[in-house]
Write a protein that binds this ligand. Structure first.
Ligand code: HAM
Length: 425
């Protein structure tokens, strides 16, 4: 056994989600499952760890995630494993491993779960965080881009999250990107002296990642660099135009942001982020884009794909005020009893209610009726069922509506039926 004081502190950047906040998370999850089903996405659950090489190959050596942020460890068999920093690479791995592409031209899957990145923790940025992600694999048409973006806007609408801005860009494909990369690298070599030491390394290994550098003077140099959108080939131009035209048709507002290249190497063509300006420095609620070369890069046949991930912590922080705080509506029944016999009858009624899925509680401490009713109120119960030995003698109970204060006497034989009826109403 280790000596010294037991630790009562969790890991920095890996917060607990406490019971009072969980209601908001449940709502987000329930809305997500419903919406994904409506849009034809099936849930997939992949493990939280994978072979390290999967992420290095897909996200790319030279990216911040791979170089600085992965939780990588050797297991007892000497194999290098990594806690997933994101969900796209594991989904593509599963897509290839289980031949999900043979089931139809477009494989649509979604996932929810924890991701892990060793970033510097700050408001809205964590080391364990959660994502809702979706991937549509198999078709490269602009209609899929529009459908994916529509799905995201439906999610925000259904949760009443307002004030997000959709930023959109196209970063080209295997045809136009190499020429852009070369021009970009040449420009950066010309301004090498102004870049930070990290960017000197980026310039050698993965020049485009200079765009992710947080150092001010590097950002100033990057702001003047050639833009991918200015060098798109005809096919990418056409694709991007059609995506924009479909978004206009669907009345999805967006702003073009030609600096949006995203921090993962697998993207091609359309990239996007939903930004909530009220969140402070960590304002990206969701991000995603096309990755038409990724499946092939991972050993599969040439297969286009597109997807997104929403940061759940940032989504919950964007919910309308009361909900983010997790204030639940009042529900269910508090069984308030006075006297031993009343308690025993109350206990039986409690079982009946819970068995039917009704939220119900009873006092286990033998407190006064007043303090029982006070906790019923505090715990946001909608009704109180009041049972005293006197009432029992008359084979009656009092049902009080804790919201309106109205109360009624109901025969004990009918009390369950009565409660179920008013709870429905
Ligand atoms: P990402 O932009 O790295 O993309 O992450 C997506 C979202 O996850 C971000 O917009 C943010 O809301 C949230 N997020 C990322 N890192 C953190 C963090 N340290 N703390 C809190 N929230 C965070 C991806 O992960 C891609 N796999 C998305 C994708 C799916 N692209 C195609 N398909």
């Amino acid at each position: 056994m280790p000596r010294g004081k037991p630790t009562t502190r969790g890991i920095k950047g890996a917060p607990d989600i406490l019971p009072e906040r969980v209601a908001a998370w449940h709502r987000v999850e329930a809305v997500t499952h419903r919406l994904m089903a409506a849009c034809g996405y099936l849930e997939i659950r992949t493990p939280v760890f994978e072979k390290t090489d999967l992420f290095v190959r897909s996200i790319g050596a030279g990216t911040d995630i791979v170089d600085k942020e992965m939780y990588t460890f050797e297991d007892r068999g000497g194999e290098s494993l990594t806690l997933r920093p994101e969900g796209t690479a594991p989904v593509i791995r599963a897509y290839l491993e289980h031949r999900l592409g043979t089931r139809g031209p477009l494989c649509k899957v979604y996932y929810l779960g924890p991701m892990f990145r060793h970033e510097r923790p700050q408001a809205g940025r964590f080391r364990q965080f959660h994502q809702i992600g979706a991937e549509a694999i198999g078709l490269g048409t602009p209609a899929v881009d529009a459908e994916v973006l529509a799905l995201l806007t439906h999610l925000f609408e259904a949760l009443d999250v307002r004030g997000l801005t959709l930023e959109l860009n196209s970063i080209g494909d295997a045809v136009c990107r190499p020429a852009f990369r070369e021009r970009f690298a040449a420009y950066m070599r010309g301004r090498r002296a102004e870049l930070c030491p990290d960017c000197h390394v980026r310039l050698e290994r993965n020049p485009l990642r200079i765009l992710d550098c947080k150092v001010e003077r590097c950002q100033a140099v990057a702001a003047e660099a050639p833009k991918p959108s200015a060098m798109l080939c005809a096919a990418c131009e056409e694709h991007f135009r059609e995506v924009q035209s479909l978004l206009a048709l669907l009345k999805i507002d967006f702003t073009l942001n030609d600096r949006l290249v995203r921090g993962l190497d697998y993207y091609t063509r359309t990239t996007f982020e939903f930004v909530n300006p009220t969140l402070g420095a960590q304002d990206a609620v969701a991000g995603g884009g096309r990755y038409d070369g990724l499946v092939e890069e991972m050993g599969g046949p040439p297969t286009p794909g597109i997807g997104f991930a929403v940061g759940m912590e940032r989504l919950v922080a964007s919910l309308p005020k009361g909900e983010a705080a997790g204030v639940p509506a009042s529900t269910g029944v508090f069984v308030a009893t006075l006297g031993t016999e009343a308690f025993r009858s109350g206990l039986l009624l409690l079982q009946d209610l819970r068995r039917r899925g009704v939220r119900a509680a009873i006092d286990l401490e033998g407190r006064s009726l007043k303090s029982q009713l006070r906790s019923a109120d505090r715990e946001r119960f909608r009704f109180a069922l009041i049972l005293g030995d006197e009432e029992l003698k008359a084979r009656e109970a009092v049902v009080r509506d804790l919201k309106t204060g109205e109360q009624a006497k109901v025969p004990i034989s009918r009390v369950l039926e009565h409660l179920l009826a008013i709870l429905e109403g």
